[in-house]
Design a protein around this ligand. Structure first.
Ligand code: BES
Ligand code: MN
Ligand code: ZN
Length: 507
């Protein structure tokens, strides 16, 4: 789908040719516009036929004086990015049944179209237009072809628009790979997706197979993969947008392409959804896709331990003890707690990059779904500054998370008589005990863990990947750009003073 940002004041919008015109109406619509549309909106509000609440709509067909075939007035409440998202979602759902190919979404009645508002509108439009088609025999053509975002002022809106287009590419890349069934998204195929990204500017990829992983001593990761005939892959992505000397941020994505539970097998109901157990990996791929578009001055490393988790004659058994790359031995009491087993070796591998920060992203626990539902991802971190940056990025990108505790007392249940650590504790506090397991392997750097088990996909009739937390990760990374300026290339903000090396914050 094509997006265009256009200077389009309300006075001119009536003669804009399109299939549908969506005009966002804030609760404080300033009266006075004498164009037909403002007049119509003011009238409808006054008559009580339109509410300015986000999600409320009033639509019209072939209205005299308006060139667009359909007009949808969409209440946008306080005109916050969140309200704008709700409004655009509602308007797009309303237009779904008609033959709408070209839409104009006007933000011109919102007094202050900040970049975040433009982004919210663009992302909501792309979401409405998204259709998964890879494994369908007949590809139903996407109806919505073109979206014009109309604004009063281009210069304010432009940065938000450009960022949104990159974000949309990232979200769509993540969704595509997350939605593919496991037989169309094997570890090898995921590595292929990473290789595809490496064709883009400043992105490199290296893919390790079973031999290399064995050589590295990733005994925990290998243990998960031993039950499947699908060979494991350890994917190393690099985005190099800053000087070599600038320490990278490492993103680690859980890439379990299908999680049966292994010998501790899962019940059959909804097991198909475990094809989504690589959504962490997909979010890393999607984030790299967006980085390639935006080219920020940063270094980012993406690590994806990818494998299936299957039962079988060679599979890991409850009680088996394996040796992780860190040297710590792990007693595997439940083969369904496999995510932490692949992530722990990736965390150890991350040390070699001397990272500024490491963030792992994983559909790790059903317990996190119980704790936070599908609204917020679970955030766990050993570092307050990193936690705050991630939490803030979640808010600004409308992809929120919530910080959870990491008290050492939660690690009590991981004690065992037969190894350094067990891979599960009891049922209580399952999302936290999983994070405490990872914490043991994240010693040398500021570390955070995002449990996206509840947020990465939706079940039911609208089953499908959400693309989360690509928006959060991208906002977090872009927020780190200033902090990442290499010491040699300080901006010339204070030319008079002798440039003193800025102490780099470790987050
Ligand atoms: N991939 C699952 C977590 C999951 C379950 C995500 C349901 C979304 C929905 C993970 O590998 C897993 O099976 N975790 C176990 C851990 C338990 C054995 C300690 C869980 O949550 O049940
Ligand atoms: Mn599992
Ligand atoms: Zn899993």
């Amino acid at each position: 789908m094509d997006f265009e940002l256009k200077l389009l004041p309300l006075a001119r919008i009536c003669s804009e040719k399109c299939d549908a015109l969506v005009v966002l109406i804030p609760q404080d619509l300033s009266a006075g516009g004498d164009d037909p549309l403002s007049a119509l909106a003011a009238l409808a509000l006054k008559a009580g036929d339109l509410e300015a609440k986000p999600g409320k709509l009033l639509s019209a067909y072939r209205t005299p004086g308006i060139t667009a075939t359909r007009v949808v007035l969409a209440g946008a409440g306080d005109a916050s990015p969140r309200s704008v998202r709700t409004a655009v979602n509602a308007a797009m759902a309303n237009l779904k049944n008609g033959n709408t190919q070209r839409v104009v979404v006007s933000l011109a009645a919102l007094n202050n179209p900040q970049p975040e508002i433009v982004r919210a509108a663009v992302v909501a439009c792309s979401e409405a237009a998204y259709v998964y088609s890879t494994t369908k025999s007949k590809v139903s053509p996407v109806k919505l072809q073109r979206v014009v975002i109309g604004v009063n002022e281009l210069s304010v809106a432009r940065p938000g628009f450009d960022k949104a287009l990159a974000l949309v590419k990232g979200i769509e890349f993540a969704k595509e790979w997350a939605n593919r069934p496991a037989n169309h998204a094997t570890p090898t195929l995921l590595a292929g997706a990473a290789r595809e990204l490496a064709r883009l500017r400043n992105i490199k990829v290296e893919v390790l197979g079973p031999k290399e992983v064995a050589k590295l001593g990733m005994g925990s990761f290998m243990a998960v993969a031993q039950g499947t005939s699908e060979p494991l892959r350890f994917i190393v992505l690099r985005y190099e947008g800053a000087a070599r000397s600038a320490a990278p941020i490492v993103l680690i994505g859980k890439g379990i392409t299908f999680d049966t539970g292994g010998i501790s097998i899962k019940p059959a109901a909804e097991m198909d959804e475990m094809k989504f157990d690589m959504c962490g990996a997909a979010s890393v791929l999607g984030t790299f896709r967006a980085l390639a578009e935006l080219q920020p001055a940063l270094n980012v490393v993406g690590l994806i331990p990818a494998s299936e988790n299957m039962p079988g004659g060679r599979a890991l058994k409850p009680g088996d003890v394996v040796t992780s790359m860190s040297g710590q031995t792990i007693e595997i009491l439940n083969t369904d707690a496999e995510g932490r087993l692949v992530l722990c070796d990736a965390l150890t591998y991350a040390e070699r990059f001397k990272p500024r920060a490491v963030v792992d992203i994983a559909t790790l626990t059903g317990a996190c779904v119980i704790a936070l539902g599908g609204v917020r991802s679970g955030l766990f971190s050993s570092n307050d500054e990193l936690a705050q940056s991630l939490a803030a990025a979640g808010e600004s990108s409308l992809d929120p998370c919530w910080r959870m505790p990491l008290d050492d007392d939660y690690a009590e249940g991981l004690k065992t008589n037969f190894a350094d650590v067990a891979n599960v504790a009891g049922r209580a506090g399952g999302a936290v005990t999983a994070a405490k397991f990872l914490h043991r392997f994240a010693g040398g750097f500021p570390w955070a863990h995002l449990d996206i088990a509840g947020t990465a996909w939706k079940g039911g009739a609208a089953k499908g990947a959400t693309g989360r937390p690509v928006p959060l990760l991208l906002d977090y990374l872009l927020g780190q750009v200033t902090a990442a300026v290499p010491r040699k290339a300080q901006p010339k903000a204070r030319p008079a003073k002798k440039s003193k090396p800025v102490s780099r914050t470790r987050a």
